[in-house]
Design a protein around this ligand. Structure first.
Ligand code: MV4
Length: 446
């Protein structure tokens, strides 16, 4: 096992990783930007190194500075957390080339899944179904129009290097296709340095379901069931839950099998998430995230496994000892993300937290780095707390969440707590009658 891990992230996820390290008796190194010297995990880590000014590009995305911090502290491995460099194959490669362990999959797996066209090919190889579409297409190719006609309108144009909602556009009729493709190619080139694009049939109001997996270096691949992450605004998830409601059990089991088969086939290592759109009782693979996710918490609550500890064990070369049959679902879990933002405009609301009271009690878990008097910086994302509740069934989990939100208070900044309360009591949500368009369609939020 490692004797020291460097945590290359900030906020609640850095604290989450720190806790796993402490439980495992592993030493910890925090890295922080000049804006983050007072973060909780920085104070709790065994060592802490300032790696640059507040701007992410000069600190949490600064690869040479992070690797230098490793050299300085003799850390053996780097946990990238979520976001920042977690899905950067170049970073993973540099970490390995410098003699450290990257706690995540091989650079090659990150690269394959980073390109959404090769990701879909990999998924199809393993027997997963994708949204009908094209491979790589170009606005200037003569065959493009006939390919599009075959798919049928409306069509989604997606950048191969995009993902998570970036670099996508919709076309409703043929006459708009070529101009929109040109535009998307140009935008993709500007944003990702690649103008590679592909087409997909547009699915109207699907659900967003994802499958959590964990695979080791010995060919073992496990799934930790699914999450429903449909409740989102502008690709930012707001409420997540596990398991997903109203999906036939056989359909899910079939999907889990294909996901773990895909992991084995590509010799995937570490934690990962297969993302699907779900519509009319069919799952369509769209992307794979090659990292831990913010919402891993709900999977931990229903399975009672610590995914971060398992992730670290795998990176240290340990074999997974858990058998799939031992992983069962205990009731239901739900997570509400609390963001520091204006409740109506969604504009970030940084500032000093003057009062902070977090909920507790049976079945309640709060992942947060916030404390009384701490300052929420304008430089980073607005997530300040993840409130998770678990119960014997969805009803109990929701009931506990309602009380948890009522008990939770924060002064000094605005939050989206009120929106969470509205969602929780809304009748369509109560019936799990949800889709990725829930907020705009049901609550008229854009
Ligand atoms: C789609 C889609 C509908 N049809 N693909 C957006 C982000 C990226 N992860 C994939 N996305 C979508 N792909 C087809 N063929 C709708 C979305 C989508 C979405 C997907 C998951 C979660 C939130 C979303 C919000 C808007 C659009």
């Amino acid at each position: 096992m490692f004797s020291k891990i460097l945590i290359a992230n900030r906020g609640e996820i850095a604290l989450r990783v720190l806790k796993a390290c402490k439980e495992m008796g592993i030493g910890t190194v925090a890295i922080y930007s000049e804006a983050d010297k007072d973060l909780k995990h920085v104070k709790m880590a065994d060592e802490a190194i300032c790696i640059g000014p507040p701007e992410s590009s000069k600190s949490y995305l600064n690869i040479p500075a992070i690797i230098s911090a490793c050299e300085l502290t003799n850390a053996e491995a780097i946990h990238p957390g979520v976001g920042f460099l977690a899905e950067n194959d170049h970073f993973a490669e540099q970490v390995v080339a410098s003699g450290y362990t990257f706690i995540g999959p091989d650079p090659e797996s990150i690269r394959i899944m980073g390109n959404k066209i090769s990701a879909k090919e990999m998924a199809v190889d393993a027997g997963l179904q994708c949204v009908p579409g094209s491979g790589r297409v170009s606005a200037t190719n003569r065959e493009t129009l006939s390919k599009a006609k075959k798919i049928g309108y409306p069509i989604m144009i997606k950048a191969a290097a995009g993902g998570g909602g970036r670099g996508i556009s919709i076309v409703y009729e043929e006459s708009d296709l070529i101009p929109k493709m040109k535009l998307t190619q140009q935008e993709a080139l500007n944003s990702f340095g690649s103008d590679e694009i592909y087409l997909e049939k547009f699915l109207d109001s699907p659900r967003h379901i994802e499958v959590q997996v964990l695979a080791d270096n010995f060919g073992n691949a496990l799934h930790f069931y699914e999450r429903d992450c449909s409740i989102q605004r502008k690709n930012q998830k707001i409420v997540e839950e596990a398991p997903a409601l109203n999906i036939p059990e056989e359909k899910k089991q079939e999907l889990f099998k294909l996901c773990t088969e895909c992991c084995k086939k590509m010799k995937y290592k570490g934690a990962g998430t297969f993302e699907f759109l779900y519509k009319d009782e069919e799952f369509y693979f769209i992307e794979m995230n090659t990292r831990l996710q913010v919402e891993h918490t709900v999977s931990e609550m229903i399975t009672e496994y610590d995914l971060v500890k398992l992730q670290i064990g795998i990176a240290a070369g340990e074999e997974l000892e858990i058998k799939q049959e031992e992983i069962s679902v205990r009731g239901h879990a739900i997570q509400c993300r609390i963001n520091a933002e204006h409740p109506k405009t969604f504009i970030p609301s940084p500032g000093k937290i003057t009062e902070w009271g977090k909920p507790g009690g049976i079945g309640v878990r709060v992942d947060s780095h916030v404390y009384d008097g701490c300052i929420i910086s304008p430089y980073y994302d607005a997530l300040i707390a993840k409130i998770c509740t678990q119960g014997k069934d969805r009803e109990e989990a929701l009931c506990r969440m309602s009380f948890a939100l009522e008990e939770f208070f924060v002064e000094g900044i605005d939050t989206n707590k009120e929106l969470q309360e509205i969602i929780l009591s809304e009748e369509n949500f109560r019936k799990a009658n949800i889709s990725i368009n829930y907020l705009e369609k049901v609550l008229d939020i854009n």
